[in-house]
Design a protein around this ligand. Structure first.
Ligand SMILES: NC(=O)c1ccc[n+]([C@@H]2O[C@H](COP(=O)([O-])OP(=O)(O)OC[C@H]3O[C@@H](n4cnc5c(N)ncnc54)[C@H](OP(=O)(O)O)[C@@H]3O)[C@@H](O)[C@H]2O)c1
Length: 293
């Protein structure tokens, strides 16, 4: 049995209220998140549709494209609605061959913040995640004191409203919180990839948002017989079930599913109305082991 939920509600990022179902803009540009979109008008339409659907939390970075995703956001949505919160990230730059290059020195972080401000046409960035690049593929330990201190200084200069962390270990989150106030953590997490269970619960207790990237599996979209079975029984799409499961996993989870399609965007937004019952959750929880304390 499923019930209809009015809205999955909102959550606070510092002093900013965002709806829990947002949008991630990374898929709008070319292959390998590099170069212009195949169809620019389609990318603009997706962005315009986000605000039409009531989405008020966009995730981006100036290293998507590079620069192009932010320029598309500006072209589609500037001047921005008062309630729109744009979260961006710094910590990497792109090589001419589309490679991802760590750029976590204080000077590189400052340049990246100014790139974001310019390309988004903003005076202050709402939320900036320090994207840790010790290993592109996943969180690994490494000292973040210099980088996080530089981020705190950029915040004190008035260029950033709120800070977050991405691709971070539990220890790095703790280290960052000793240096500055953190409002969100953005790591990989979805139905099939659940290493951050304990971190999510700990952040929830402290009122810090957890924003899973690759909520639908990213470049390898989620595929699971159990997921398809649940979706089939409910008469909805598997991706909607995957998003509804995340919304029910913890109240501090904010969603930023990515898509380059208006149709998928509308479909994903409807996940906000889907409530999974205990039996459905049990089937879905069994897809992958969760690491909890
Ligand atoms: N901090 C980080 O290191 C990091 C890393 C990666 C991503 N991110 C952020 O997280 C956001 C989300 O991640 P993501 O976009 O890479 O992955 P995702 O949301 O897990 O999945 C996106 C993929 O799913 C497909 N898709 C979306 N909706 C669908 C639907 N209803 N039915 C079928 N397929 C659907 C998309 O294809 P279509 O375009 O065809 O819909 C795309 O291939 C990004 O946009 C980015 O803002 C952050």
């Amino acid at each position: 049995m499923t019930a209809q939920r009015q809205q999955p509600g909102s959550y606070r990022l510092g002093d900013l209220d965002v709806n829990r179902l947002g949008y991630g803009a990374m898929q709008l540009v070319g292959p390998h998140v590099f170069g212009p979109p195949k169809n620019k008008q389609q990318a603009i339409s997706v962005l315009k549709e986000t605000v039409e659907l009531g989405i008020n939390h966009l995730d981006t970075s100036d290293f998507y494209g590079p620069h192009i995703t932010n320029q598309l956001i500006r072209e589609a949505l500037h001047p921005y609605r008062d309630d729109l919160v744009i979260t961006t990230k710094v910590g990497a730059r792109r090589g001419a061959d589309a490679s991802w290059i760590p750029a976590m020195s204080p000077a590189e972080l400052e340049t990246a913040v100014h790139d974001n401000l310019r390309n988004l046409s903003l005076d202050v960035l709402d939320v900036v995640n320090l994207r840790l690049m010790f290993d592109m593929a996943g969180p690994v330990e490494g000292d973040i004191e210099d980088a996080m201190t530089a981020m705190a200084e950029l915040q004190h200069k008035g260029l950033i409203r709120h800070l977050g962390l991405s691709n971070a270990t539990v220890q790095q989150v703790a280290q960052a919180r000793n240096i500055a106030h953190i409002v969100c953590v953005q790591n990989q997490y979805n139905l099939a990839h659940r290493g951050d269970g304990a971190l999510i619960d700990a952040l929830a207790r402290d009122g810090i948002a957890y924003v899973p990237f690759f909520p639908l599996g990213g470049f390898s979209p989620l595929q699971s017989a159990a997921l398809s079975d649940v979706a089939g029984r409910l008469g909805v799409m598997p991706m909607q079930v995957a998003l509804a499961w995340l919304l029910q996993r913890s109240p501090n989870i904010l969603l930023i599913p990515g898509t380059s399609s208006v149709e998928h965007l509308r479909e994903n937004t409807k996940a906000a109305n889907l409530v999974l019952d205990e039996a459905e959750l049990t089937v879905l929880n069994d897809i992958a082991p969760e690491q909890r304390l």
